[in-house]
Design a protein around this ligand. Structure first.
Ligand code: HT7
Ligand code: ZN
Length: 885
């Protein structure tokens, strides 16, 4: 396979102005008539038209209504004898495809007897021959024809302009999209679906129809998605002045989907996981995910659809910006500042546990990559989450109002075009000429071109006589594949000082900032900053709110961290202090190899103080009391022994469970809500903390042999009025390894055997359970043989296989290599029908080179076994070959 290079971009040789598609939908063989008008691009030397296609049967090609010669070059359809000059000409192509055999779920496919499409990134070429690249934007008219009884609902992008009956029980619907779009935003849906509707009037006074389509039987799970959609429409208009530009906006849910959702113009297609929710079947986390994914796809309507990417190297132009927007949306929906801080901590946790390892591993790539083999492999946490952090830093450097001004300029300049990350950054800077972003723009853009997580090392010096405090800061960034040397980044550091003795927020002098917070922009390799009139020895609170995606190295003493944990006014750094303390204990235990208690008394007492704190809210307490994950701990050490990490973390959990036993009992008692269920942040936080308490109480009970709490937990599992409480209770039983877990699991299955998304939870819980003596892998193998398991359904495959291989390091990394054998079998099995999902699973081995023996050699062998498979897809080959390089 050949790598595609960003530098090799050239404009298309032809433009496609209009596309008129007619589909005769039949699962076994669908016929597609594609009538286009094209013209030569006058800026490009005259050449043949080379159209992309994949797994299509070509029946006819006409140019201006007459037959023409053509040839095939691999998958490409090549037309050499086209009219000269730049006048438009008509091209008609008739093809067939096989939706029911489409197991890749890209292009046109069948799920539960309905038709769906997925065209991003390169799925449209599986529907018809086309210039399948995002910078070719056309106007679409689409006619769908199908059996009326089997496919009563026929949807495509834009407005429904005509519908009617045909012969033989068939019917048709004709859709016209008023906006030009790249083909990756094309969509159609046909099937037996029902919909929830809502009419809204925008701030500007325009009427719109919102619809959420689901399978009959799922209507009672659509209210939250609709509410989230309405909130999204209102938010984008209020915060960025971006209105809904369509009369009709539709969301359709499907249970077979490779990713989370897709922002097709006016016809978003969603994984059911991010649409369906009611209190009996969905947890608080599900509700919150639905809100952000509905928001994310809706916000793409402007950032992605109205202005799209010139080429796929610019993917973060739409994805990083849209993740930033969905994060801001969810924060803005929080009524309380504490809930906004909780959301920020959750987002940072995702970045640090998933993106930092990616940036340090074999798949590391810049936010704007330089090359790829398979674009589907580049829908990554770097493009999405790190890309969002880059946009966030732009907002930090220009201010909230300045950033909004920059967005306005971006739309004024580029609406309706396919552009680059440079175009975006330039717009934000140009709208804020006095900002540090404008003065530092070329250097700032290194965030787009350099991979790797920068480290900031900080050291403080307090001069009690002069009452000055100086922070010495320096930055570095490790080599990543293809980039051995890194230039300094622009790193905005939000700073404050906390009195070491008083715990007070100290006023900052000498920095030009008034108040207790200062934004220092680190641009050199080393720089210092001095604060004057510092009346007492301070503890520096650096990187407040996680103001840049970096690792901060500061040699805090335990006492300093305890001060920050107790007093910092910045909630992020307060949480961070607790994480640093826990991490320090874990790494010390790993280094010493002792099996004694891991946590010191000061830490346990600090956790007790947090739990008992009268004003901190429950969601924040739950985050502070959550220990760093095994994956995150593993990232902090050079030679990883996964079993040791698992043992150490489990013993930390047990220590918190037993030493805080009475507090957990009190916490559980204090967080019982008997009112109506509401998934708002405050109530969810209370449920999360109560769930955590149950977890620890069951853990302690198993250790002590006490039957009280497991019994109470089983009762709560039975009586719970919502899925969050029910699932938390089940998790507590399974997580503690108590014998009541088995009957509870059986009861859960029988209660929810007809709810696919709930069964996914049931599978995932077992595959992700804490390993006890190697018991998880045999359980996982049994789950694969369960009648409800279906490898072809990506959600189900993820619930078992990914939960085990990527989400359960203690169970997966086995000294006998059986986990890796299981992984290699599943990667190869999945690859034979869905390479995209297989390649995601392949990523579970990214960090194998850091493993200690015997894991390392066994992992290497498993990777080689996969790489040696002769008919491996490009998707999986790219991942395993980069891992082995
Ligand atoms: N923009 C969407 C990406 C997506 C996708 C990409 C490859 C294969 C399948 C896919 N489904 C959706 C999702 C988003 O970021 O909004
Ligand atoms: Zn997106």
């Amino acid at each position: 396979p050949v790598a595609i290079q960003r530098e090799a971009y050239s404009a298309p040789a032809f433009w496609i102005d209009t596309v008129d598609l007619c589909f005769d939908l039949d699962p076994a063989k669908t016929r597609v008539l594609n009538k286009m008008t094209l013209r030569r691009n006058p800026d490009v030397p005259a050449q043949a038209l080379r159209l992309d296609g994949e797994e299509l049967n070509l029946a006819r090609v006409l140019v201006n209504g007459a037959g023409t010669s053509f040839k095939m070059d691999g998958d490409k359809l090549v037309l050499e004898n086209l009219p000269e000059g730049t006048e438009p000409f008509a091209l008609e192509i008739f093809t067939t495809c096989l939706p029911s055999k489409n197991t890749k779920l890209m292009g046109l496919y069948v799920s539960n007897d309905s038709f769906f499409t997925q065209c991003e990134a390169e799925g449209f070429r599986r529907i018809t021959y086309f210039l399948d690249r995002p910078d070719v934007m056309a106007s679409y008219t689409v006619t769908l024809r199908a059996d009326k009884a089997k496919f009563p609902v026929l949807l495509s992008n834009g407005n429904l302009v005509e519908q009617g009956e045909l012969e033989d029980g068939r019917h048709f619907a004709k859709w016209v999209d008023p906006h030009k779009k790249p083909c990756y935003l094309f969509a159609l849906v046909a099937g037996q679906l029902v919909c929830r509707e809502q009419r809204i009037t925008s701030r500007a006074g325009h009427d719109h129809l919102l619809q959420v389509y689901v399978r009959p039987g799922d209507m009672d799970k659509t209210e939250h998605a609709m509410n989230s959609l309405m909130a999204s429409v209102a938010w984008d208009e209020a915060r960025f002045g971006l209105p809904l530009d369509l009369e009709r906006f539709m969301i359709v849910a499907t249970s077979d989907f490779n990713m989370g959702a897709m922002e097709n113009k006016g016809l978003n297609i969603f994984n059911t996981k991010y649409v369906l929710a009611n209190q009996a079947t969905a947890t608080d986390v599900d509700y919150s995910n639905i809100e952000s994914v509905v928001g994310h796809e809706y916000f793409h309507n402007w950032t992605g659809n109205r202005i799209t990417c010139r080429d796929w190297f610019q993917l973060s132009l739409k994805e990083g910006l849209t993740v930033f927007r969905d994060q801001e949306f969810s924060q803005d929906l929080c009524a309380e500042a504490s809930a906004r801080a909780v959301k920020r901590i959750e987002d940072v946790r995702v970045l640090r546990t998933a993106q930092f390892p990616e940036d340090a591993g074999p798949m590391a790539h810049p936010v704007r990559p330089d090359s790829y083999i398979e674009i589907n492999n580049f829908y990554t946490v770097t493009i999405y989450e790190k890309g969002a952090e880059v946009v966030r830093m732009m907002q930090t450097l220009t201010g909230r109002a300045g950033f909004a001004r920059g967005m306005k300029l971006y739309f004024a300049r580029f609406d309706g075009q396919a552009v680059t990350c440079d175009d975006f950054a330039q717009s934000i800077a140009d709208a804020n000429p006095e900002s540090p972003l404008a003065t530092l723009l070329p250097q700032f853009k290194r965030w787009y071109s350099q991979a790797g997580t920068p480290r900031v090392a900080a050291r403080g010096e307090y001069n009690a006589d002069a009452q000055t405090y100086t922070l010495h800061l320096s930055q570095s960034c490790a080599a990543t594949p293809g980039q051995s040397e890194k230039q300094p980044f622009v790193i905005p550091l939000s700073l404050g000082l906390v009195g070491a003795a008083s715990g007070a927020a100290l006023p900052l002098h000498g920095t030009g900032s008034a108040g207790e917070n200062h934004l220092f922009v680190l641009t050199e390799q080393s720089q210092s900053i001095t604060f004057d009139n510092v009346a007492e020895e301070p503890v520096p609170s650096i990187l407040r709110g996680f103001s840049a995606p970096v690792v901060l190295d500061f040699d805090y003493s335990d006492a300093q961290l305890l001060t920050l944990l107790a007093h910092d006014t910045d909630a992020f750094n307060r949480w961070e202090a607790g994480q640093r303390l826990a991490l320090r204990s874990a790494t010390a235990a790993l280094a010493s190899g002792t099996n004694g208690p891991v946590l010191n008394a000061a830490y346990v007492e600090a956790m007790r103080a947090v739990l008992r704190h009268p004003t901190l809210d429950a969601a924040f307490k739950e985050l502070v009391l959550t220990l760093p994950s095994e994956t995150y701990i593993a990232e902090q050490i050079t030679l990883v022994e996964p079993q040791r990490i698992h043992t150490v973390r489990e013993s930390m959990r047990l220590q918190l469970a037993s030493e805080l036993h009475a507090d957990w009992e009190q916490t559980f008692a204090d967080h019982q809500d008997n009112g109506a269920y509401s998934p708002d942040p405050l109530s969810s936080g209370r449920r999360a903390l109560a769930g955590m308490a149950l977890n620890f109480l069951c853990l302690a009970a198993v250790a002590s042999g006490d039957a009280l709490w497991p019994g109470k937990t089983l009762q709560r599992f039975k009586d719970a009025g919502n899925m969050t409480d029910r699932f938390n209770a089940l998790q507590a039983l399974v997580g503690s390894g108590h014998e009541l877990a088995a009957p509870a699991l059986a009861r859960f299955h029988s209660l929810f055997k007809d709810e696919a998304l709930v069964l996914d939870k049931w599978f995932a819980l077992q595959a992700g359970a804490p390993d006890r003596g190697g018991n998880v892998l045999p359980a996982v193998r049994q789950l694969l043989a369960h009648p409800d398991f279906n490898l072809r359904n990506p959600n189900r495959a993820r619930s078992v296989i990914f939960s085990y291989c990527s989400g359960n390091p203690g169970g997966f990394h086995r000294a006998d290599a059986a986990g890796y054998v299981f992984w290699s079998e599943r990667v190869m099995e999945l690859d034979s029908f869905n390479p995209q999902v297989a390649a995601r699973l392949a990523r579970a081995m990214d960090r194998w080179k850091r493993l200690a023996e015997p894991y390392r050699s066994a992992a290497c062998e498993a990777l080689k076994r996969v790489a040696a498979k002769p008919d491996l897809s490009n998707d999986v080959r790219e991942v395993v070959e980069r891992a082995l390089a």
